[in-house]
Design a binder for this molecule. Structure first.
Ligand SMILES: [Mn+2]
Length: 322
């Protein structure tokens, strides 16, 4: 059976009424937030897709275990939201796809994610893709382009790194090329929290900036200015199209994310700064899907896993419950 057929089976299992069991994970394990309706694909607006891609990792290893760690940690997240004074998930519903095999070939793995993302978007679902390494963006945004057309959408990107290298260590599908892979597809790109870029990316950054397709807000600028004024500028830039969110957890300061990411960088963003940005984005933009990548769970260090799980729930509540 081909991967596509197998994926189709996963989706139809989730959607079908005949299959009552083995929809998610193995028997006895549970989906994101451990919700009572985690198998209810039809009535859920949000569909969580575990996609632990790990092909081009260069420094820390283990991001293939990211989705399982996020889902496990999410079971500890309180469903009551302090800001909204209720359990917001009840208003939108979250289903979690059971893990499916990711093709060995990097390119085919990205094609699979393209297909899956496009299918979910066409069904008016809101995909939450759990990485996995950042090169999966090459797959997800191609899925966006299938639905909204090339240059038919914008990208909001949180990251310590610009990730615009044409290739890295000879690999065009590298995690360091995640956003380079997206250039043919997006109309505009905003990068927030940047503090590491390379010489070879500078001509690309200049070209995209000149074409009014790119704006970068560095972590240093954001933190030294100590205000959220940059958000108005960022959101204005992205307002003209539907938006895909790509969130690399290394945007957080290592005091928050520790070594639970492949390439930690000093001088990162803090919890409330990121929440402010996500709240502004969900208020002002038409965000239609998201991915959270580069969590590299470490045994005995639960805080980063929990922080990412809570971040995703907060983001969804901003997006759907506000
Ligand atoms: Mn990064």
């Amino acid at each position: 059976m081909s991967i596509r057929q197998r994926l189709g089976m996963t989706l139809s299992e989730v959607e079908g009424s005949k299959v009552k069991r083995s929809i998610l994970h193995d028997t006895g394990s549970r989906g994101f937030l451990n919700l009572p309706n985690h198998r209810d694909f039809k009535r859920s607006k949000v569909v969580v897709v575990p996609f632990g891609l790990e092909k081009s990792v260069t420094f820390g290893h283990g991001t293939s275990k990211g989705p399982a760690a996020i889902i496990a940690a999410s079971h500890e997240v309180e469903l009551y939201d302090e800001q909204f004074k209720n359990e917001p998930y009840k208003r939108y519903g979250i289903a979690t796809l059971k893990p499916f095999p990711i093709p060995h070939s990097h390119r085919r793995a990205l094609e699979l994610l393209t297909d899956l993302t496009a299918r979910l978007l066409r069904r008016k679902k809101f995909p939450i893709i759990l990485g996995g390494e950042h090169s999966l963006t090459g797959g997800s945004v191609a899925g966006m382009a299938k639905v909204f057309g090339r240059r038919g959408f914008n990208i909001l990107h949180f990251d310590a790194h610009t990730d615009l290298r044409p290739s890295f260590q000879g690999n065009k599908l590298s995690h360091a090329s995640a956003l380079h892979l997206a250039i043919p597809y997006f109309h505009r790109l905003v990068q927030i929290g940047i503090r590491n870029t390379s010489t070879e990316e500078q001509p690309i950054i200049r070209r995209l900036t000149k074409a009014r397709r790119l704006q970068i807000f560095t972590a240093e600028d954001i933190l030294r200015a100590n205000n959220t004024a940059y958000l108005t500028k960022a959101m204005d830039f992205l307002r003209d199209r539907p938006v895909w969110l790509t969130f690399d957890v290394d945007v957080f300061d290592p005091a928050i994310i520790g070594s639970s990411t492949g390439t930690p960088e000093p001088g990162g963003l803090w919890w409330y700064g990121v929440l402010d940005a996500l709240q502004a984005a969900t208020k002002q933009l038409d965000i239609i899907g998201a991915e959270f990548v580069e969590l590299l769970p470490k045994p005995g260090q639960q805080a980063p896993d929990f922080i990412v799980a809570k971040l995703i729930y907060q983001f969804l509540n901003f997006r759907f419950a506000a």
